[in-house]
Design a protein around this ligand. Structure first.
Ligand code: NAD
Ligand code: TYD
Length: 334
């Protein structure tokens, strides 16, 4: 397939681009605005491949999208492009509205004009928090943060293009991802890098919030599987095989990195913090996909990757991320 991968310079989008080039022989054009989270380093190993192309541009910019489609002549658009951090959406929601609402609209219009298959990458956070049991595709949408609310709006717009215009749309909702190339504002890479540097490990509230972890290669695989085998107009959940309380994840990272439990610091909880996410993947499993990486093994590999790839995170940890960290946590990094 020839794919236009929007947001392909981010964590999961670059993992998806790598998978499609290396394992499926696809042609991949990445369109990415290169926000703080988008980095060419994320596809450093793909740049030499003649089937891979990168264009810098925003999805809300109709001209940039039209030019990318003209150049790539894709059969499908896969949209990863998003603002993705809940804490940033609480502090500054405007980019979330622009990218998720306007950006998704511009891509849908382009897909409609050119008759392209369209896959929206989405999140379990659209369902809100669940104390017991697990969300299915039929669960009501009850987002609670500006991040998840704007992602939900984008999903609804995608569905409207299926119902109204007959566009071939698919939505794939993932649970919390982890793995190499994840920007260190998120729990797992933040804790790994702080652990390795002897910085405090900032746990929100009691740390008993539960997340359903999926390795990024498994989520990328699910997205490709849904793109190839999904029924147009349908939503598919892709949840990981393991659920863990945050505090247990942090303790495991301490063990794997040789840090100390005394680095744990319980700090003021996130406003509106979702207590638990849990996603049923039966529908996509029935299409023939299953996650391969268990959390224990995936986390050990991820800690090893960050340990061995300081070239990737050193520029981040010494740049704007430092001032973000100070604003968010009220203290400096070492
Ligand atoms: P990320 O923050 O690492 O990457 C996002 C990418 O989108 C970056 O490269 C950024 O430059 C680009 N981008 C942002 N705004 C853009 C715009 N207006 N135009 C073009 N490019 C833009 O995020 P990620 O973790 O890789 O997430 C990718 C997708 O997967 C998102 O849609 C997210 O909602 C979804 N998702 C993420 C998780 C997770 O745990 N990280 C879980 C489920 C779903
Ligand atoms: P995060 O990685 O931000 O993902 P999400 O909010 O999308 O689930 O956070 C994962 C969990 O870790 C969430 O319950 C919030 C918690 N957390 C902390 O306790 N401390 C932190 O510094 C961060 C970034 C997250």
């Amino acid at each position: 397939m020839r794919l236009l991968v929007c947001g392909g310079a981010g964590f999961i989008g670059s993992t998806f681009a790598r998978l499609r080039l290396n394992d499926h022989g696809d042609d991949v054009t990445v369109l990415d605005k290169l926000t703080y989270a988008g980095r060419e380093e994320n596809f450093h190993d793909l740049s030499g491949d003649e089937r891979f192309h990168f264009r810098r541009g925003a999805i809300e910019d109709g001209e940039a999208v039209a030019a990318a489609i003209e150049a790539a002549s894709p059969e499908a658009i896969v949209n990863f492009a998003a603002e993705t951090h809940v804490d940033r959406s609480i502090a500054e929601p405007d980019a979330f509205v622009r990218t998720h609402a306007l950006g998704t609209y511009v891509l849908l219009e382009a897909a409609r004009e050119h008759g392209l298959r369209y896959l929206q990458v989405s999140t379990d956070e659209v369902y809100g928090s669940i104390d017991v049991g697990t969300f299915t595709e039929e669960s009501p949408l009850r987002p609670s943060s500006p991040y998840s609310a704007t992602k939900t709006g984008a999903d609804l717009l995608v569905e409207s293009y299926f119902h109204t215009y007959g566009l071939t749309t698919l939505i794939c909702r993932g649970s919390n991802n982890y793995g190499p190339y994840q920007y260190p504002e998120k729990l797992i890479p933040l804790m790994i890098l702080n652990a390795l540097h002897g910085d405090p490990l900032p746990v929100y509230g009691d740390g008993m919030q539960v997340r359903n972890w999926i390795h990024s290669t498994d989520f990328a695989g699910a997205i490709g599987h849904v793109l190839e085998h999904g029924v147009p107009g349908e939503v598919y959940n892709a949840g990981g095989p393991d659920e863990e309380a945050n505090i247990d994840v942090v303790r495991r990272i301490i063990e794997l990195s040789g840090a100390s439990e005394s680095q744990i610091e319980h700090i003021t909880d996130r406003p509106g913090h979702d207590r638990r996410y849990s996603l049923s993947s039966e529908k996509v499993r029935a299409l023939g996909w299953a996650p391969r990486v268990r959390f224990d093994e995936g986390l050990a590999d991820t800690v090893a990757w960050y340990r061995e790839n300081s070239w990737w995170w050193e520029p981040v940890r010494s740049g704007d991320y430092r001032s973000y960290y100070e604003r968010q946590y009220g203290r400096s990094l070492r």
